[in-house]
Design a protein around this ligand. Structure first.
Ligand code: GAR
Length: 190
């Protein structure tokens, strides 16, 4: 099954998914990576793996639908069955959502529906929550919105630094995301 990964930043989830494929734990091929930041760290990682990447600058387009149209064309050309958002910090428009209904998933570092948007971990620390976690969900037109597929929680205490909590979140994400993608693929993406 061909998947596309959309990322905007470091790309540690891209690496985790790519490694799961290399280790035979995930029956998928990364046929396309889409990145909306010209200097994102993830670009180097994708190029090193010799995977195809489409990098674009949203500011160079008149509208969201203009660049999403190009992305849809590329996904069709690459026979993509599932779009995996991995740190792609952009709300999707109807051009992409309508082209891939129930075929776009996202990972977010909070127990949704709490703490949507940027710096979810910082928001949760500020709120003083004692249980944090990671959510994987189908994507709709709202920021970090859509039906939840999987969640994993962990307890926190005041002694943990933000960095320690971020490391824990990443540790969970890197196991949970490939596992959930494999389950969806095995289930025939119903
Ligand atoms: C991940 O922690 C992911 O959950 C988060 O961005 C990070 C990307 O890290 N996504 C969101 O906050 C979505 N709203 P990565 O670039 O190292 O994979």
């Amino acid at each position: 099954m061909n998947i596309a990964i959309f990322a905007s930043g470091v790309g540690s989830n891209y690496t985790a998914i790519s490694n799961a494929i290399k280790d035979g734990k995930l029956d998928a091929t990364i046929n396309l990576v889409v990145c909306d930041k010209e200097n994102a760290e993830v670009i180097k990682k994708v190029k090193k793996d010799n995977n195809e990447i489409f990098v674009f600058n949203p500011k160079k387009f008149n509208s969201k639908s203009e660049y999403e149209k190009i992305i849809v064309e590329k996904c069709i050309e690459k026979d993509i069955s599932l779009i995996v958002l991995a740190g792609y910090m952009r709300i999707l428009g109807s051009t992409l959502l309508d082209a891939f209904p129930n075929r776009i998933i996202n990972i977010h570092p909070s127990l949704l529906p709490a703490f949507k948007g940027k710096d979810a971990i910082g928001q949760a620390i500020e709120y003083g929550v004692k249980v944090m976690g990671v959510s994987i969900h189908y994507v709709n037109s709202e920021m970090d919105g859509g039906k939840i597929i999987a969640q994993k929680s962990f307890e926190v205490n005041d002694r943990l630094t933000k960095e320690e909590i971020e490391n824990k979140v990443h540790e969970i994400e890197h196991i949970l995301y490939p596992t959930v993608i494999q389950k969806l693929i095995q289930g025939g993406l119903k």
